[in-house]
Design a binder for this molecule. Structure first.
Ligand SMILES: Nc1ncnc2c1ncn2[C@@H]1O[C@H](COP(=O)(O)OP(=O)(O)OP(=O)(O)O)[C@@H](O)[C@H]1O
Ligand SMILES: Nc1ccn([C@H]2C[C@H](O)[C@@H](COP(=O)(O)O)O2)c(=O)n1
Length: 232
């Protein structure tokens, strides 16, 4: 029986607001790969669970409900926009992108039933074609054999500042101190959960983006990928 080579996967993990989506979208566009926003899937799953009012302690009810959930990601119209998320046939883009939903997704993503279902769905994407996958555990758990792995980092202060600028540009009211507190709290939750915590894969290239522009980071990643060298 002949083994077929799986399509190439690039993983980009890191803490909240470090630039994973921004960078991943650009890398995917440049290479002609599909962009997989795994965080969007956790956000959609959180909305799904809350709408059904399932008790998060009830593992069986969660497994049962999640077994049939449909979470589709439609390609973003351009490299500056988020992917469109379709939950059981309904576009839920704006509903899942609020700061409150970020925290809720982080909380519920610690549950074993949620993680096992979404990990399986994400691995299905990996069978269909070349991917740039981003999130918290894409290089460690979802695609441990990815062709290239990157881990982006920057201080919470820098990330909160960037997020504040982003929201300000959209005309939204910004409390930067609150944003910083939420960033730190979400990182803690994502890093301290027992299953698939946020951690740098030992073979991922660490990129400290603190003093880098988006284009600088993009260049580092493209150089590694185009050189054909494993980052680790
Ligand atoms: N290297 C960088 N320099 C300056 N700004 C950046 C850089 N990388 C990303 N940004 C900006 O930081 C903000 C947050 O980026 P982005 O939404 O891509 O982060 P994320 O890691 O995907 O966040 P989350 O984990 O919450 O989904 C955006 O406004 C983006 O333009
Ligand atoms: N691979 C992933 C991706 C996301 N999550 C959880 C933890 C995050 O705080 C939350 C929202 O993700 P974001 O859209 O901000 O990237 O979803 C996870 O546990 N694993």
């Amino acid at each position: 029986m002949s083994e077929t080579t799986p399509p190439p996967v690039i993983t980009i993990d890191g803490p909240a607001g470090v630039g994973k989506s921004t960078i991943s979208r650009k890398v995917a566009a440049r290479l002609g790969f599909t962009y997989l926003d795994t965080g969007a899937m956790y956000r959609a799953a959180a909305l799904f669970i809350d709408r059904l009012g399932i008790d998060s302690e009830d593992e069986t009810a969660l497994q049962h409900a999640l077994a049939t959930v449909s979470i589709e990601l439609l390609p973003a119209p351009d490299e500056f926009s988020d992917v469109e998320v379709v939950l059981n046939g309904e576009k839920v883009g704006a509903l899942i992108r609020s700061p409150a939903m970020s925290m809720r997704a982080s909380q519920l993503s610690a549950l074993p039933a949620v993680r096992s279902r979404l990990t399986a769905l994400q691995q299905e994407w990996g069978k269909r074609g070349a991917l740039v996958a981003e999130g918290r555990d894409t290089g460690t758990v979802v695609f441990p054999r990815a062709s290239y792995k990157f881990y982006l980092d920057a201080s919470p202060e820098i990330r909160a500042r960037r997020r504040a600028l982003q929201l300000h540009a959209k005309g939204e009211e910004v409390d930067e101190k609150k944003l910083l507190e939420m960033t730190i709290a979400r990182d803690r939750q994502d890093m301290e959960r027992p299953i698939a915590p946020l951690v740098r894969a030992t073979d991922a290239l660490l990129i400290d983006t603190s003093d880098k522009t988006i284009d600088d980071v993009l260049l580092v990643i493209l150089r590694v990928v185009e050189s054909g060298l494993q980052p680790g």
